[in-house]
Design a protein around this ligand. Structure first.
Ligand code: MEV
Length: 438
């Protein structure tokens, strides 16, 4: 068992690694060199990665793949995708190709507002509070002027500071609900810095507001923080074509296909158990792009799922319809993304990913990410409502199983041939390898 340690963060990387290995592993002499094989031989590059977080002992690889043939608003893209799930990039590429031949994807940004809040407790007359907040509106803006200067130059900044009465939900609870435009940055640091200044102004001004009595002057700020719920920082992605044009080698009867496809979407709209998996499929595409471009996937995940439940029940993020013989499939996603700041200017692979996308601004990245989600959802629903998901999924997973059993090149060739005609399963691969190895 590990004993409590002090000052761990100050130890060298070697010391930390040695401690981890000897405390938690019986085969420390093997574990340390294995972990070290993931260190980069370029010391500057390694140092850069070490310093992203505290207590780094090594790097953790995820594949960086690409999905070509995406046409978005008539422009061709190859999407960078960071993901470990074997079938995701293949599904994205397949979807891209399918829609490339049918006019491509369309995407548009609906709005770009982000939210931050100063939460506070106030025990007094609401009207008086409202007058007070009104009276210090200009002060809020002038006290944050220096902080917002650069953002304002880029056309963003603080848009609105509203007082919200939340006392029906929680006794004496109010908030300053602040709306921001952070342009091409995700804006978390900018928003939080502004909010802390707004809270400081609030605390300062409360002490000198002559209309307040002693109890009212005890107004207490609980916390100041951005919200990752961004329903007004939203993008729409869609595909559309005549039903008959959906015919392909895999879709013999487009009418039947569309009817079943729309049924599948309806099920996800009304059934939360299905909606969660349906949306997970969307997030396969979204997260892969969000990670590749150095954005905060936890923030995106939290915001997207809150949005999926905005009407009181968790529901599908995508929708489908047929009108006048035209099939339309679309998706609205709240996405707070950045293409400047944060990891975007630090991580060499993030820079490559952004370059691959033509160095998009935040709005263009929102469109691309939403399209990746829609493409993934289309591929999943197409498989689910036709062949079933496992056929494609297990074909992609075959390589992982072969790797697990350290298959030789000959065994791999044999396996690929064999599973062209047979169903892939873990047991079937083991059986084949055993028979080949006899
Ligand atoms: C697997 O990662 C994603 C799917 O389950 C999504 C879905 O069911 O729609 C295939």
């Amino acid at each position: 068992m590990a004993s409590n340690i002090k000052g761990f963060s100050k130890w060298t990387k070697e010391e930390k690694l040695k401690w981890i290995a000897t405390t938690y592993f019986s085969d420390a002499t093997e574990v340390v060199p294995l972990i070290k094989t993931y260190w980069n031989s370029d010391e500057d590059l390694q140092k850069l990665h070490d310093e992203f977080i505290e207590n780094t002992i090594t790097n953790f690889y995820l594949p960086f793949g690409v999905a070509p043939n995406f046409v978005i608003n008539d422009r061709n893209y190859t999407l960078p995708m960071v993901i470990e799930e074997s079938s995701v990039v293949a599904a994205a590429s397949k979807s891209a190709k399918f829609w490339l031949e049918r006019g491509g994807f369309k995407a548009s940004v609906l709005d770009v507002e982000k939210i931050g809040q100063v939460h506070f407790i106030y025990k007094g007359d609401f009207k008086k509070l409202a007058r007070f907040i009104d009276s210090i509106q200009n002060q809020f803006f002038s006290d944050t002027e220096l902080l917002t200067q650069n953002m304002r130059k880029r056309g963003g900044g603080i848009l609105k500071i509203e007082l919200r009465d939340k006392t029906l939900a929680l006794e004496n609870y109010y908030q300053l609900h602040v709306t921001f435009d952070t342009k091409d940055s995700m804006g978390a640091n900018f928003i939080n810095t502004c909010l802390e200044q707004i809270a400081a102004t609030l605390k300062e001004q409360v002490l000198v507001y002559t209309e307040f009595n002693e109890v009212e002057r005890e107004l207490a700020v609980v916390m100041s923080i951005l919200s990752n719920y961004v329903p007004n920082c939203c993008v729409r992605a869609s595909v559309s074509c005549a039903v008959a044009d959906l015919a392909s080698s895999e879709i013999a009867n487009p009418e039947e296909f569309v009817a079943k496809f729309i049924q599948a979407v309806r099920i996800a709209e009304v059934e939360p158990f299905r909606a969660v998996t349906h949306n997970k499929g969307i997030m396969n595409g979204v997260d892969a792009l969000v990670l590749a471009t150095g954005n905060d996937f936890r923030a995106v995940e939290a915001g997207v799922h809150a949005y999926a439940a905005r009407n009181g029940s968790y529901s599908s993020l995508s929708h489908a319809k047929v009108e006048d013989g035209i099939f339309t499939f679309w998706l609205d996603l709240p996405l707070a993304l950045g293409t400047v700041g944060g990891l975007t200017s630090l991580h060499p692979m993030v820079k490559i990913a952004l370059k691959l996308l033509g160095n998009p601004n935040a709005e263009d990245l929102m469109k691309i990410v939403a399209v990746a989600g829609l493409a993934q959802n289309f591929a999943a629903l197409k498989s689910l409502t036709t062949t079933g998901i496992q056929q494609g999924h297990m074909k992609m997973h075959l390589k992982n199983i072969l790797n697990q059993f350290k298959a030789t090149d000959d065994e791999r060739k044999n396996a690929v041939l064999h599973f062209e005609k047979n169903i892939v399963s873990h047991a079937a691969v083991v059986e084949l390898l055993e028979s080949l190895r006899k």
